[in-house]
Design a protein around this ligand. Structure first.
Ligand code: SF4
Ligand code: SF4
Length: 413
């Protein structure tokens, strides 16, 4: 393994950006045995159960807090993985469930002070799911069902592919030979269509030539995250072909999961280098604000708090761009939740948890909503339609709103 540099930030734990994003070349096209040496590194310290805070340590792992047993925290999963790879334990349905009852939010990985675990645990948590699929113990039935649908209708929502663009209003202007595409994603196409409309209107307001491909397919994230790697790779290959054939050179996404999948999973996990520049909407907007090509004109008088989506936060190291954009919107007061950035509590929708483990998913969402309400913000804002949908489904009594960053930006143009 290559040389590592650990940067411990007092009060914040260690930074994944320093390790995994800057210094590490993750060897990801590997099976479980590749990571064997890392399983011995766990010191059973329990740090993966906590968030470093100046005043106190609070909870971090939805899986462990819900499961209430060591096996559900990273330390326990580490031990179980070691036992599996050294033939001390046999696979079973119950064992597989432990690994699937986890949103792969990477909060535990972020906290672990052991460099090998900090760097590689996200990989072997996924490798265990892939192994479960190979041996017939995974995915969970609900995840297998949506994956079957994805392979036919290109979305996990049991909707028809031919309805994918039903959200698209006639006033949106597209350019048929544009090199820039808006990759809408399944959640914005079928469930949170306001995110798609807002994003398209923002692009129009910037007079940017763009188009939306009618052969866009699910990016594959919900399939990949549940260990169904071969199917996910098939989707990746088809998407890349469709976008390359159309001459697309740049993609804007409004979904954290789509962004991570195109930018990270396709090239780094599947080895599919597509050479298409991929930008998540907040990064794109921030660059336009910097060059003066974009200005926010109208006041949005609102107190908000920001929820870091796991897939752009801990998975990709993007914390600053959305905050920079939010802070430039006139009239916005951003109040941080206690757990933020790499310490953020997961919304509970990812990793196939929402489809297969509804109680865990609801538990995580409700805890995040309560944390947001404590800030006295009027809205919890994120930049992922999946987080947005999860919050909307779990907010009771309308005592806080859930919004996407694109919806706030739309109010200013
Ligand atoms: S996984 Fe890391 S943080 Fe968790 S118990 Fe082991 S050494 Fe400690
Ligand atoms: S990835 Fe998230 S849910 Fe899974 S064990 Fe780690 S902190 Fe818990």
């Amino acid at each position: 393994m290559s040389k590592r540099r650990v940067r411990y930030l007092p009060g914040k734990g260690i930074s994944k950006i320093t390790l995994a994003q800057e210094n590490q070349k993750l060897e990801r096209n590997q099976d479980l045995t590749h990571y064997e040496d890392t399983f011995y590194q766990c010191g059973k310290c329990g740090t993966c159960r906590t968030v470093y805070k100046d005043a106190y340590w609070s909870r971090i792992c939805p899986s462990g807090e819900f499961g209430k047993f060591e096996a559900y925290y990273l330390g326990g999963k580490n031990l179980l993985t070691w036992a599996i790879t050294t033939d001390k334990l046999k696979w079973s349905e119950d064992l597989a469930k432990i690994f699937y009852q986890c949103s792969v939010c990477m909060a535990c990985v972020q906290q672990c002070q052991i460099p090998e675990i900090h760097t590689y645990a996200g990989e072997w948590l996924m490798a265990m799911r892939e192994e479960a699929v190979k041996l017939g113990y995974g995915p969970m039935p609900e995840q297998a069902q949506y994956a079957e649908h994805v392979m036919v209708e290109k979305n996990p929502y049991m909707e028809k592919h031919e309805d994918r663009l039903n959200w698209l209003p006639s006033h949106i202007k597209q350019s048929s030979d544009a090199k820039l595409a808006y990759f809408v994603g399944c959640t914005s196409s079928y469930r949170e269509q306001n995110v798609a409309i807002s994003t398209a209107e923002i692009l129009n307001s910037l007079n940017i030539d763009f188009r939306i491909l009618d052969n866009e397919e699910c990016c594959g994230s919900p399939v990949y995250m549940t260990g169904q790697t071969d199917k996910a790779k098939e989707l990746a290959e088809q998407n890349i072909k469709n976008f390359k054939d159309a001459g697309i050179e740049q993609i804007i996404t409004s979904c954290a999961g789509c962004y991570r999948t195109w930018e990270d999973t396709y090239p780094n996990k599947f080895g599919l280098t597509h050479e298409i520049e991929v930008k998540h909407l907040p990064e794109f907007i921030r660059s336009k604000l910097k060059t003066g090509e974009m200005n926010f004109n109208k006041d949005v008088n609102m107190k908000i708090t920001y929820h870091d989506p796991c897939h752009i936060g801990r998975h990709m190291g993007i914390y600053k761009a959305p905050r920079d954009v939010l802070q430039q919107i006139p009239g916005i007061e951003l109040i941080e939740m206690t757990r933020n950035r790499h310490n953020a509590w997961c919304c509970g929708s990812g990793g196939g948890v929402r489809s297969a483990f509804k109680e865990l998913s609801t538990f995580a969402a409700k805890e995040r909503i309560e944390e947001a309400k404590e800030t006295k913000a009027e809205a919890i804002v994120s930049c992922c339609p999946f987080c947005l949908n999860q919050f909307k489904n779990n907010i009771e009594n309308n005592d806080i709103q859930a919004l996407d960053l694109s919806e706030l930006i739309r109010k200013t143009i």
